[in-house]
Design a protein around this ligand. Structure first.
Ligand code: HEM
Length: 248
């Protein structure tokens, strides 16, 4: 049952069965982007939903820690959201560094510096993606409200698998290229060990794979972003909102 905490009181709900019967204003359903009046919530939940406790908005400590760090079944938590957008920023920098190197002559300092940052930021993407994958496996996977057709849910899953595969494979192949070329593998002041013995012809073949994978990566990132925008603007569901930082 929804507890009534006074007219106009903000509430945070998480996982007990409740039936919304009253005209309570300004409800926030834990971990979801759903924030609105009782009528909207009632419509979305069909009058029924899962929630565990009801915490007045003033309990900011509980709200900010237990409520948002982890994913819930309705929306992503702060860690997943942070890792998602940080990965995007890093990827933009990784691509920018390697494309901008073309503006400088071979062997010049700026070109070498851009490649250096391409390697280090790419390796950071690898670390963050491994962390993100582990975090996602240990957390709930939020559904979309209202739910998408089955074929779209399956395509989204396949897209996520492909994106993760590339986020891990691209840095790994990069690491292999430098190893095969017998070059140092820099990582923010330390040097990582080579993964294979020096072998120039193998390094060249891996480089071709790395470039093809990077082009495929651009295509998939574009499709992924376009799908999120279609969901948000045309289908008007919470696909994008559940990955957006929650308003305090
Ligand atoms: C998500 C991570 C990464 C992405 C998206 C990515 C993407 C790219 C792209 C777009 C290129 C340019 C291909 C071309 O010239 O057409 C490239 C080249 C290259 N990348 Fe990466 N890369 C990543 C990570 C890494 C890492 C971690 C390393 C090494 C530790 C690395 C090593 C290289 C090397 C050696 C080249 C060839 C550079 C040259 O010959 O001038 N990459 N990468």
């Amino acid at each position: 049952m929804v507890e009534y905490a006074g007219e106009g009181t903000d509430l945070v709900l998480s996982s007990v069965d409740y039936t919304l019967t009253d005209n309570v204003e300004n409800l926030t359903l834990s971990g979801t982007a759903i924030k609105g009046d009782a009528t909207e919530l009632f419509g979305r939940c069909g009058g029924q939903a899962r929630a565990a406790c009801i915490i007045p908005r003033s309990s900011t400590f509980l709200r900010n820690t237990t409520m948002t760090l982890r994913n819930t079944h309705e929306r992503y938590g702060t860690i997943s959201i942070g890792l998602h957008w940080l990965t995007l920023v890093l990827l933009a920098a990784v691509y920018a560094c390697i494309e901008l190197r073309e503006f400088f002559p071979k062997g010049s300092d700026p070109r070498n510096l851009l490649k250096h940052w391409h390697f280090m930021l790419g390796l950071l993407v690898f670390g963050l993606s491994a962390l993100r994958l582990a975090w996602n496996l240990a957390n709930a996977s939020p559904g979309i409200t209202p739910p998408s057709p089955h074929w779209q849910a399956v395509s989204a899953k396949l897209m996520h698998v492909a994106l993760y595969a590339l986020l891990l494979a691209l840095p790994l192949t990069g690491w292999l290229i430098l190893s095969g070329e017998g070059k140092p593998i820099p990582f923010f002041g330390i040097e990582l060990p080579p993964l294979i013995d020096a072998n120039r012809s193998l390094a060249k073949r891996i480089e071709n794979l790395h470039e093809a994978g990077a082009n495929l990566g651009l295509l998939l990132i574009g499709l992924h972003a376009a799908a999120a925008l279609v969901h948000h603007h045309l289908m008007r569901d919470d696909t994008l909102r559940r990955m957006w930082p929650q308003r305090r």
